[in-house]
Design a binder for this molecule. Structure first.
Ligand code: PLP
Ligand code: ZN
Length: 414
């Protein structure tokens, strides 16, 4: 297969553990130590003005991503540049001075996954893959289906068969193949690794397996956007949901790059990780002071975060500890309460992952872990319309009446 060399400023893949470097290719694990590979760059000079004159989507940061300079002109979903909402009502309710919600439900398929998939599509194009694939807890499958359709690629995505109805529909409506697996996400993921080992990896781009180094870089754009939308400043504290942990590690990488490139003032920030109590392997390890993460079998309504053996979990622990943050978890009833709290205070309807983040924020405030005077950002990574069942029992009509004044007065007599 002819490999393209047009990855913009990216120069190599580098092992996160031992630093061994590899040519840019569809590889994800170090041959020396089995550590994960990540994209290494030689950035040219990048100015705020260059970025600000770019399109209002992730491609304004193309000079910081492993993509060719003309990426924006190719058929793609143009994700990103989602709203950073100043959440004064929620801040008031929780007793925080300054709070923002980065609302990634505003992406084309209503989750942050459009960011990562957009980068993976470019890698797939470069490597000549005709089929885009993934193992997914739901949102990624929809994002891959849609991005492949727009890019003119085939798609075949694998999910646990028991996902929410909306996620199953979204993952299949774009015309690609959706395969439901009778098992957990971790079993789906293992099966995909077997498919790759069985030579499918020579023809298919699994965005979160053999294209993972490229895919993961897409989450850096969350960090860039938050900083730019705050007026080229980093927040003091940020709360990020964790499934595999990839997103959290790349938000940190994005902040570090902005500091190194002189695009923001250097500052210390604290990163907090949020999990559901029914799938909290990273939180459990953090609280126990362990380095090693014990895999769990997930049981939570936050299905998008239900990864029992998170690939980037150890790095999440490192980052939370290094930055003075924490990893916390909330129960399913707390997730539902938090979804309703965010909806009631800010008019933002989050999926269960957003409920996990807001629930963890509340818990961290109550426990005195978050500084109420710091500027805090929380990520809402998905849309409540995809997880309606989570709140269906609580969010119901106040009454169902005949269309008459009498009936209204009777129903609402007081
Ligand atoms: C809505 C939502 N938020 C957050 C995540 C966590 O992503 P990561 O696996 O990068 O930790 C996912 C992963 O599927 C997700 O669907
Ligand atoms: Zn290595």
């Amino acid at each position: 297969m002819a490999l393209s060399t047009d990855f913009g400023p990216a120069t190599a893949l580098s092992c996160r553990e031992c630093g061994t470097r590899y040519d840019l290719g569809p590889n994800f694990a170090c041959i020396e130590c089995f550590g994960p590979l990540e994209v290494a760059y030689e950035f040219g000079s990048v100015s705020r003005a260059d970025i600000e004159s770019g399109p209002t989507n992730i491609w304004r940061y193309r000079s910081l991503l492993p993509v060719p300079a003309d990426v924006a002109a190719k058929p793609n979903l143009q994700p990103g540049w989602t709203k950073l909402i100043k959440a004064d009502n929620l801040a008031g309710e929780l007793g925080l001075r300054a709070l923002h919600v980065k609302d990634d439900s505003g992406n084309p398929t209503h989750s942050f996954k459009d960011r990562v998939v957009a980068i993976a599509v470019e890698a797939a194009r470069n490597f000549g893959f005709h089929t885009l694939s993934c193992s997914s807890t739901g949102n990624l499958a929809g994002a891959v289906g849609a991005a492949a359709a727009r890019a003119g690629l085939e798609s075949c995505v694998f999910v646990p068969a028991n996902l929410e109805a909306a996620k199953i529909t979204m993952a299949s409506v774009y015309g690609g193949r959706l395969v439901g697996i009778d098992g957990t996400y971790d079993e789906v993921n293992r099966f995909c690794s077997e498919l790759i080992g069985d030579t499918l990896g020579e023809k298919w781009g699994f965005v979160n397996v053999n294209l993972r180094p490229y895919y993961a870089e897409g989450s850096k754009t969350l960090a860039y956007e938050i900083a730019e939308q705050l007026g080229w400043r980093l927040p003091d504290q940020i709360v990020i949901p964790v499934a595999s942990g990839s997103q959290l590690t790349k938000v940190d990488k994005g902040f570090q790059e902005l500091i190194k490139l002189g695009l923001v003032e250097p500052k210390e920030y604290r990163i907090f990780a949020a999990q559901a109590a029914g799938c909290a392997p990273v939180s459990t390890a953090f609280k126990a002071g362990h380095e090693v993460i014990q895999p769990v079998r997930p049981d939570t309504i936050a299905k998008s975060l239900a990864i029992g053996n998170p690939a980037d979990g150890p790095y999440v622990l490192d980052i939370a500890r290094r930055t003075g943050g924490a990893v916390e978890d909330v129960t399913d009833p707390e997730i539902v309460d938090a979804i309703r709290l965010l909806a009631r205070t800010e008019g933002v309807f989050a999926e269960t992952a957003g409920g996990v983040v807001v629930g963890v924020l509340r818990k961290l405030v109550e426990n005195g872990v978050i500084d109420p005077d710091g500027e805090t950002v929380v990520l809402n990574t998905g849309d409540g319309l995809k997880t309606l069942d989570a709140v269906a029992a609580q969010a119901r009509p106040a009454a169902v009446i005949r269309p008459s004044l009498d009936a209204f007065r009777t129903a609402f007599a007081n």
